[in-house]
Each structure stands twice: as structure tokens, then as C-alpha cells.
Design a protein around this ligand. Structure first.
Ligand SMILES: [Zn+2]
Length: 319
């Protein structure tokens, strides 16, 4: 068995093999962000007189002459990476099985802060998703399927944690976001799937007797009502005290195969190999990563345009 040998796909991710041309995406991000600036009022004088200057990064108030750059307040601001490279990095991170180290090697020979930047984009994406989702999809319909799966935090089982994370030296793979929780801490991921919408939450412990409250609270933030909740009919979910809008079907509605939760089960079959690329995450890291995957999957399932990613990442900068 030589399962540790790199696959062809991984070898393509070695430095210098693949080169990106981020310019079209740079232009897309610039157009998108400038459009948003022009639609808002001046944060200094309140006038509707902000202009994006062509051929320049400048945003300019025609009344009070306040000025800024179009990336201000977004994760794109003041980064070693161009906005297009940032977008490529985020898509490779969130939508492929490439590790952050591999992506960093593809995009930037000097990636001291790359890991933190990706996490920053991810945080912004998760925060902005709900706002953007409200704009792009109003057609979510049908019952909400809920299912759970167990994950182990910082899963360096029978394995030394990476050296960098011990000395917290700030190396790209090391430290802060890895190896924080206790090794072997268990977390239960709970997914709520409705139509094309995927919301993933995490609860501590492998014991989800608690309830579905966290995922339902999350889903309450969504512009659409959850509708009926379908679960796989495990005893833990039965006899729970839901608001009247949430109905857990009794066994009469549940098939033996649990067909009704197949959206959630399909999601897990995609999330689990994706989470495996981190080779261990803290509870917070795990929760955020799984949440990211759910939201990105929702965008993919709706066929959302790529600029909706830009919107998710940047929307909160303009509030
Ligand atoms: Zn002004």
C-alpha cells in the first residue's frame, strides 16, 4: 500500500506547474465593488454623489471630496493577492479538495499570512451569504430535511500534531486555527437542507439529545421559513418541543430507508472528504468550514453567478 504517494492531481498543484491569469476576475471584482459604492451614499457627508473613477482604484465624493479605494473594508483590501487571486484562492479552498498549503503554493510563493487571509474571507463569506441569498433566490420550497453526523476535532489521532502548531510560530499551516480544542473532542454537525438551501451547524459532543435548536435558530435567520422539518426519525428527535411551524413527522411518514433525508446524506458524502483535507480542525474551525461548505453548495445548486461570491465576501463592508 502506498496511499501516501501523491496523485497526479496533487502533483499539478506543485509550484510552477499551473499559472493563473487573475486579470478577468480582478476586473469582475472591481466592477462589482465599484457598482456597490456608486449605489450608496457618501459615508462622510451623506450625499448620493460617490463616483468610481475609471482607470483608478479611487472612489470619490463629488460633494465633500472624501475619497477611498474600492476595496476598502473588504478582505480584498491591502492584500498581497490581487482580488482575482483572492477569488481563485477562495474557490479552490471552498470547492476543491486542495489543501490550503497546496493553494498557497499555487498562488503565492510567500504565504506567511495566506492561511489567515483565507479564514478572513471565509468569515466574511459566511456573514454575507444570508444577505446575498435573499437577493438571488426566493423559490426555496418543500420540507426541511435535517440530519447529523459526528466529527472529531483536531483529529491527529495516532499522529504527532504538526511541528509548527506546537511552537505557534505563525507558519502557514500551523497554529491558531488548528490544534486549539482538546484532541479527540467530538462535535456533531447538523445539516438542514431545504430545496437548494444547505445550512450546517455544529454542536459540541456526540450526544445530540440536546435538540435541533441551534440549526433551527440558524435557519430562522434565513429569509425563507424552514417549513416542515423531516428527520431520520431517531428517538432523540421525537417528542421534541417545536414551534408549531416545525413538524417532525411520525413514523408513518418515514420510510425505512430514510429516503426523506437524502439531501442531507448527500451533503455529508461531499462534506466529509472535503473536511478531511484539513487533517484536523478545532471546533470553531470545523463549524465555520462546514458552514462555508453548506453555503457554497447552496450557491452551486442555484447556479449562482460568480459575482455572487464577490457579493457575499464584500456585502458587509458596505453596511
Ligand atoms: Zn461626501
Amino acid at each position: 500500500m502506498h496511499e501516501d504517494r501523491p496523485a497526479f492531481g496533487q502533483r499539478l498543484a506543485e509550484p510552477g506547474v499551473i499559472e493563473f491569469r487573475p486579470e478577468p476576475l480582478d476586473a469582475l471584482v472591481e466592477r462589482r465593488l465599484k457598482m456597490v459604492w456608486e449605489a450608496r451614499s457618501c459615508p462622510n457627508c451623506g450625499a448620493d454623489s460617490l463616483q468610481a473613477l475609471d482607470g483608478s482604484d479611487r472612489i470619490w465624493c463629488g460633494r465633500c471630496h472624501w475619497k477611498t479605494t474600492y476595496t476598502r473594508g473588504t478582505p480584498f483590501y491591502d492584500s498581497e493577492l490581487t482580488p482575482g487571486e483572492f477569488l481563485i484562492a477562495f474557490v479552490l479552498y471552498a470547492d476543491t479538495l486542495l489543501s490550503i498549503t497546496q493553494i498557497a503554493a499555487l498562488l503565492s510563493p510567500c504565504y506567511k499570512t495566506f492561511h489567515d487571509q483565507i479564514r478572513g474571507v471565509e468569515t466574511a463569506f459566511c456573514r454575507g451569504f444570508l444577505t446575498v441569498w435573499e437577493r438571488i433566490s426566493q423559490t426555496v420550497d418543500g420540507p426541511t430535511q435535517v440530519d447529523e453526523t459526528q466529527q472529531v476535532c483536531s483529529g491527529f489521532k495516532r499522529q504527532e500534531p504538526p511541528r509548527e502548531s506546537l511552537d505557534r510560530g505563525g507558519s502557514p499551516e500551523g497554529g491558531r486555527t488548528r490544534w486549539t480544542g482538546e484532541q479527540g473532542d467530538e462535535v456533531t454537525l447538523v445539516a438542514a437542507c431545504r430545496d437548494v438551501l444547505r445550512v450546517v451547524s455544529a454542536q459540541e459532543g456526540s450526544d445530540y439529545e440536546e435538540d435541533l435548536a441551534p440549526v433551527i435558530e440558524d435557519a430562522d435567520d434565513l429569509p425563507q421559513e424552514l417549513g416542515e422539518v423531516w428527520t431520520d426519525g431517531l428517538p432523540a428527535y421525537q417528542g421534541m418541543d417545536y414551534d408549531h411551524q416545525y413538524v417532525v413527522h411520525d413514523d408513518g411518514y418515514v420510510s425505512d430507508q430514510g429516503v426523506h433525508t437524502n439531501q442531507a446524506e448527500c451533503l455529508w458524502s461531499l462534506v466529509q472528504p472535503w473536511l478531511a483535507k484539513f487533517r484536523g480542525l478545532s471546533k470553531q474551525g470545523l463549524e465555520q468550514a462546514a458552514r462555508t461548505y453548506g453555503f457554497l453548495r447552496s450557491l452551486n445548486l442555484t447556479g449562482a453567478p460568480i459575482h455572487s461570491l464577490v457579493d457575499c465576501i464584500a456585502v458587509n463592508a458596505f453596511r
